[in-house]
Design a protein. Sequence first.
Length: 181
Amino acid sequence: MYNATEQFAELNKVNVANATRLAAMSIENAEKLFKLNLNATKAAFAQGVEGAQAAAAVKDVQELFALRAKFAETGVQTAMSYSRTLYDLASEAQAGYSSIAEEAWANYTKGVATIVDKATKSAPAGSDVAVNALKSTFAASTAAFDQFQKATKQVVNLADASVRAAAANATKVAGKGRKAA
């Protein structure tokens, strides 16, 4: 009879390595998000100080309205820039996590296929039906997961295209608003 202990131990080593990579990637992404938010906070503070100083120097109502329009436009641009950067960070993180998951799945299926092949070679006589059922089940589950993975990629790509189109449209609308003002 075939002993699969070594192959399972090897799969577990790979799983630990993948978990370590995921943890490191999570920490790296958290750092990026923290830096983005810290920079946004610094910028908001600086804009607030600038706005307060400018408001204190206003001499008439027309100047106040012009100042209000200027800071409203700046606020919209800052918010759009923050949103774009946040979306880019999220997309980058998702791509990294997907890459690790795809690599892990490929290693897992390769490892299990090896285990199944070795186990079938050492299977006792008369177990052909059970061996074929095991191979068929493994092949079907692998194919189903691959289809699910392809469908998920299509949905993610469609969502990404939609978000990018919406952001481009929002930028155009904001640009038209500036020209009208």
